[in-house]
Design a protein around this ligand. Sequence first.
Ligand SMILES: Nc1ncnc2c1ncn2[C@@H]1O[C@H](COP(=O)(O)OP(=O)(O)O)[C@@H](O)[C@H]1O
Ligand SMILES: [Mg+2]
Length: 350
Amino acid sequence: MNNAQKIREKIIKARDKRGWDNKDWHRAIGIDQRVLEAIDAGDADLSLPGNEELEKIILNSTINNDLPDMPRFKQPVVIAFDIHKGGGGKTTMAVNVACELGQRGYNVLLVDGDSQGDSTTTILPSEDAEMMKQEDSYAKQIEKKNLFTCMNSDYLNMDIREHIICSDYDGLDIVPSNTNLSKMDVMLSAMEFREQIFSNALKGLMEENYYDFVLVDMDKNLGLFNTTILCGCDYIMIPCECEMYHLKGLYVMDVQIEKVKRYNERLKLLGVVFNKVDKRKRSVEEAKIAAGAKFGDVIFDSMLRVDSNIGNSQFAGMPVMIYSRSCRASQELRGITDEMLDRIKKGRGI
Ligand SMILES: Nc1ncnc2c1ncn2[C@@H]1O[C@H](COP(=O)(O)OP(=O)(O)O)[C@@H](O)[C@H]1O
Ligand SMILES: [Mg+2]
C-alpha cells in the first residue's frame, strides 16, 4: 500500500468510526463534500504536497466535532421564489437565501429561471470583453450550460447536472440563464410531457446525496414555463411589496398553486415575505391585514426593510450577504432564512 492509499484509509476510518456519511462529514468539518467524495472514491490525489495539509485538517477535525443541528432531507428541497409581479424581490431573496444557506454548510443549487439572468450575473463574476472571448470564460460556459438548453435537450437524457456552474461562494452552485429562456413558453407549447420537463431534468440530482436545497429564481409570468417549473417544486416562497399592485400579483398565486397541484400534489405555499418595508408608510399595515386575511399563517414574521445596501451590492455584482455581512438587510435575510428552515422542519405551509 503506498502512502496516498494509507492516508485515504486513515481518513475513511476516522469518518466511519463516527458513523457518518460524506454529507455528515462535510457538515461536521466544513470541507467541501465533493472533495470528501473524491477521497472516498479514490479519485483525490492525496500524494500531492498540498493534500498533506488536507489530511491534517480532516484527521484533527474529526476528533471532537459533533454534527451541527442541520436538518437532513430524503432528497433536495425545491423552492421557487415566485409572484406574478416584477420588482418585488424574487431575485434578491433567492440569491441571498441561497448564499446564506451555502455559508451555513448546506449544499445549494440556485436555478436562474428568469431570462434576464439577474441571479446569474450576481453569482458569477463579471467579465470584460477580452475575458469573454476565452474558451473557459463564464460567458462561453453559459452558452452551453443554461436552463434553456437543459430543458430543450432529449427528454430521456435530460439532466440538469450537466448545466451546473460552480460559484466562488461556499456550497453554492448555479444553473445560469440567458435571453433564450424567453422563448421557453413557445418551445414548451410543442413539447410532449411538458409539465414534467423540469422534474424530469432534476431526476438524477434528486437521487444523489449532494444538494440540500434547489432554489429557483422565477420571472413574473404565469405561462407554461412557470407551470412546468412549479410541477417540479416542493414549495413556493412569495416575496411581496406592501403595495396594491404587488398584492394583486400575490392574490393570483393561490389560483396558480391550485392549478399546479393537479399535476404536483406536494406543492405548498411556504410563505409570503414582505419586502422593501418602510414602517412609516400606512400601506404596510394595510398590506399585512389584506394579505393576512387571505393567507393567514403563511405570512412570515420576518421581513426585509428598504436598504440601499441591496442596490449597492448589485452594482458590486455580489449578494448583499457578502457585500456587507453586518448591514441590516443581511441580518434580516438571515432571519428570513431561519424562519424558512423552521417552517420546512415543521412541515408548515399550505
Ligand atoms: N429591501 C430592499 N431594499 C432596497 N431595494 C431593494 C430591496 N429589495 C429589492 N430591492 C431592489 O428592487 C429591485 C427589484 O428587486 P428584484 O430582486 O430584482 O425583484 P424581482 O426579481 O422580483 O423582479 C432591484 O433593483 C433591487 O435592488
Ligand atoms: Mg428577478
